[in-house]
Ligand binder design. Structure first.
Ligand SMILES: [Zn+2]
Ligand SMILES: [Zn+2]
Ligand SMILES: [Zn+2]
Length: 320
């Protein structure tokens, strides 16, 4: 179907105002559930409104930006589909609970079982034995560390509430890996996973880093290098260890695939090795002015060393 441009764009204020109405959200949901364009009368009945004049007013508010009126009837524009998708992903309606649960998945550092907890659209990961990746006391780093996080915090994967429904905790973890990895791929390639705008990339290094086999007292993290991404358009931002900026590296992807490890579609059997390779890497800061670092990823006895610049772009890839 050809899609003519929206008649006009809405400011954020206007968009919130248009959507802040039960009838209008009901119209979008009704159109979202339809397989074909819907007539005015059919749509009014679907939404359960008898007053044709009032219904027309609400439909009119949506038409142009969220809804398209064609000869065969009304249907969603892409912007309307996105609203319905957001509602159905459970962001607004469902609140599934997954309390901290130990699962049959080894910690990528120490091999002890990890535990998962679902909270605020995130699957948080905890090691049941070692200190994990982040100390809970590092309050400077608000994106990595959650004040409510327990000891052994390994980080999180994003997951909408719909991802928790009908899955056992192991399957929730795998779904969160897949979902999070897709998001990471877009982000590391410089495309905002929320709005598609450009992301700013930057790198920070803990100058007094002393992890002593686990977490650094100065920064509270296992790794000295922190990679930051910030959207130039929306409120998306993300911080994390180097792999956050390296997920799109062809050398890293090829290295994984060559070992039979597909990070895009992990299985029960492959996820432990994938998780270990991505998260338990060696870090060497070569210089800070200008920034240069080497990260070495391992699968079995094979190693891949990536040399990167200050925006974590790979300057050199070396396998042995
Ligand atoms: Zn551990
Ligand atoms: Zn440090
Ligand atoms: Zn964005």
């Amino acid at each position: 179907m050809t899609d003519e441009p929206a008649e006009r764009t809405l400011s954020p204020d206007e968009a919130f105002e248009v959507l802040g109405n039960e009838t209008r959200v009901g119209i979008l949901q009704a159109l979202g559930g339809a397989d074909a364009p819907v007539s005015f009368t059919e749509l009014r009945e679907d939404v359960g409104m008898t007053d044709s004049g009032r219904f027309n007013y609400h439909l009119d508010r949506l038409t142009g930006h969220f809804v398209r009126k064609g000869e065969a009837g009304y249907e969603l524009r892409r912007a309307g589909e996105r609203v319905v998708e957001a509602v159905l992903s459970g962001a607004v309606t469902a609140a599934p609970v997954l309390e901290r649960t130990e699962i049959d998945q080894p910690c990528h550092y120490c091999g002890a079982p990890i535990a998962v907890r679902f909270r605020e659209e995130r699957v948080e990961l905890y090691c049941t034995e070692c200190p994990g990746t982040y100390s809970r006391t590092d309050s400077d780093d608000e994106t990595c560390i959650d004040a409510d996080a327990d000891d052994g915090y390994l980080g999180y994967h994003p997951l909408p509430p719909a991802g928790v429904a009908d899955r056992d905790p192991e399957a929730v973890f795998r779904a969160a890996w897949v979902w999070g990895h897709l998001e990471l791929l877009a982000a590391s390639a410089g495309v905002c996973p929320r709005c598609s705008a450009t992301l700013d990339r930057s790198t920070r290094v803990c100058e007094d880093h002393d992890p002593d086999e686990s977490l650094c007292d100065a920064c509270g993290r296992r790794y000295a290098v922190v990679f930051d991404l910030e959207c130039t358009n929306c409120i998306y931002d993300e911080s994390g260890a180097a792999v956050v900026g390296l997920a799109d590296s062809a050398a890293l992807v090829a290295f994984m695939l060559d070992h039979g490890l597909n990070p895009f579609a992990p299985t029960v059997e492959t996820l432990p090795a994938i998780s270990r390779a991505y998260n338990n890497f060696d870090e060497e800061v070569v210089s800070t002015e200008p920034f240069e670092a080497r990260f070495t990823f391992a699968v079995g006895n094979d190693e891949l060393t990536l040399t990167v610049d200050d925006s974590l772009r790979v300057a050199d890839a070396d396998r042995n």
